[in-house]
Ligand binder design. Structure first.
Ligand SMILES: N[C@@H](CCC(=O)N[C@@H](CS)C(=O)NCC(=O)O)C(=O)O
Length: 225
């Protein structure tokens, strides 16, 4: 298990988030990548998601979010940037040939910039409009954008196992984005996308990352059900 209090790499995570978010906090993406390359990391657990962040933490992450990655005098924020940094270190995450490398990075950006915003919009509308009489209308207005992007992603994936000819951090991010879709039917509408998410989340490295995040919440919230 790569979580090791003496490891050179430090990854931040929250001590507390609401139970529905357990297993879905974005340090998962970094934990997963580090598990893929069997590289140990130590956790730096910061206050709960809704607590004010210290001045020091805001110097590390201007928006007070997790994760932050630190190692060898480098301090990085934004999961995409951290994953590219890790990919540069290990070919198992990012191919070395220029085309394979570039395509994998294209998919990271597509996941974060073309797919995730449409799903986040739907989620934000749901949160902001909870119990408001306009919430269904607002969701119905936003949902077609997500549906259209997922349809196009499904076409791009086709019958392949991964977005390119092998697993990369492009798949890691895309699968993590898809598995957090706010409405299950959105991804389930595409058999190949459901199978793709299943393929990614069946990887031992994903399971180990999930266990580590859940374990951190359990250790720090002993009264948790
Ligand atoms: N774009 C950032 C997003 C990170 C993010 O949304 N983190 C969430 C946890 S999943 C967070 O820290 N939320 C607290 C906040 O935004 O104040 C990244 O990819 O690193």
């Amino acid at each position: 298990m790569p979580v090791d209090p003496h490891a050179a790499i430090e990854v931040t995570a929250f001590k507390w988030v609401p139970p529905f978010a357990h297993g879905f906090v974005k340090d998962m993406r970094i934990r997963w990548a580090l598990e893929e390359i069997a590289t140990p990391y130590r956790e730096r657990l910061i206050g709960g998601i809704f607590e004010d962040k210290s001045h020091d933490y805001l110097a590390d992450q201007p928006f007070g979010q997790v994760p932050v990655y630190k190692a060898e005098g480098i301090s990085l924020f934004e999961t995409g940037s951290i994953l590219i940094h890790l990919g540069e270190k290990d070919e198992r995450l990012l191919p070395r040939d220029p085309s394979g490398r570039g395509r994998a990075i294209s998919w990271i950006i597509a996941a974060l910039n073309s797919i995730e915003p449409t799903l986040s919009a739907l989620m934000l509308v749901g949160h902001a409009g909870a119990q408001k009489d306009w919430v269904d209308d607002a969701k119905n207005a936003v949902r077609p954008f997500a549906e259209s992007r997922l349809e196009m992603l499904s076409n791009a994936l086709g019958t392949k196992d991964w977005l390119e000819d092998r697993f990369t951090i492009g798949d890691l991010v895309m699968i993590d984005v898809l598995r957090t879709a706010p409405e299950d039917e959105l991804v389930a509408a595409h058999e190949n996308l459901s199978a793709y998410v299943e393929r990614g989340t069946s990887r031992p490295a994903f399971k180990a990352a999930m266990a580590a995040q859940l374990d951190a919440f359990a250790r720090n919230n002993p009264d948790m059900e």
